[in-house]
Write a protein that binds this ligand. Structure first.
Ligand code: BEZ
Length: 266
């Protein structure tokens, strides 16, 4: 691994910041729902695994509990700090500038890669980081992800004269697009699928918007944000409020497993 020191450049994703307490309150479900992609990874004790976008380390910790030698990286210094408080080996690093070469048996990523618009740079860094024969297993938002939330957000912003498309921090590809990128980087794609997953939220849709939509919220004045969020909830209510009064997010996951062929140099 290239030296990772306190001088590592902390690159944040646009205007999105991660407060570990708020994340734990409103977004714990993200790691709680990580079981299927962990199953796809099928990590073996003793393997060295990079958790790309480790957040506060909830899933990295599960890997370690299974005997894996896990390293976590995340662009958020606060989340990395939270991961370190769990005793994990975690580092601040941007997904498009991975500083590893041929040293991991697997790279694992849950709910991170849709924040990475330069997917080719991330995939190239993962390819470099893997030993020949290593695997890249991930799950991210895919084509069709949160369309109802986005429609509500677009409508609420457009009513205020703001074009949401200009502020969109996400990349939600389909199987052909992301699979093509993986193959062009040298991977053999073993499985890739879009999986619609209507996801119950732990609180109101507004809390989800506050947690994940900072790039949109930053476009309106502080004293206008509550009204914007109320408008988003009103527009999304017919589709995303369940009959028991809870809220859901219309997630679509893109889940994949790819192999760096043995004998390929990084
Ligand atoms: C997702 O996991 O799909 C997601 C989370 C936050 C914002 C956008 C998408």
């Amino acid at each position: 691994m290239a030296a990772i020191t306190q001088k590592s450049k902390a690159l944040t994703r646009g205007t999105q910041h991660w407060d570990p307490d708020r994340y734990a309150r409103n977004a714990r479900f993200v790691s709680d729902l990580g079981a299927p992609v962990l199953d796809l990874l099928a990590p073996a004790a003793g393997e060295r695994v990079l958790d790309l976008g480790c957040g506060d380390g909830a899933l990295t910790e599960k890997l370690v509990q299974g005997g894996v030698r896990a390293v976590g990286v995340d662009a958020s210094p606060d989340q990395v700090e939270a991961a370190r408080r769990r005793g994990l080996d975690a580092h601040v690093m941007d997904a498009t500038r991975l500083a590893f070469a041929a040293e991991f048996d697997a790279v694992f990523s849950n709910a991170t890669l849709h924040w990475v618009k330069d997917a080719d740079a991330a995939i190239a860094g993962v390819f470099r980081a893997l030993k020949p024969g290593g695997r890249f297993v991930g799950e991210m938002g895919g084509k069709g992800n949160i369309v109802a939330i986005m429609a509500a957000l677009k409508e609420a912003l457009s009513r205020r004269g703001i074009d949401a498309a200009r502020l969109d921090p996400w990349y939600f590809p389909d199987e052909a697009e992301y699979g093509g990128k993986l193959e062009r980087a040298g991977f053999t794609v073993r499985a890739i699928a879009l999986i619609p997953r209507m996801t119950p939220l732990p609180g109101a849709l507004g809390a989800w918007v506050e947690t994940f939509c900072e790039s949109f919220l930053a476009a309106v004045a502080d004293d206008e944000r509550a009204a914007l969020i109320a408008d988003v909830e009103a527009a999304a209510r017919p589709v995303l409020r369940d009959p028991n009064g809870g809220w859901r997010a219309d997630y679509v996951r893109l889940r994949f497993s790819a192999l760096k062929p043995a004998g390929r140099e990084p």
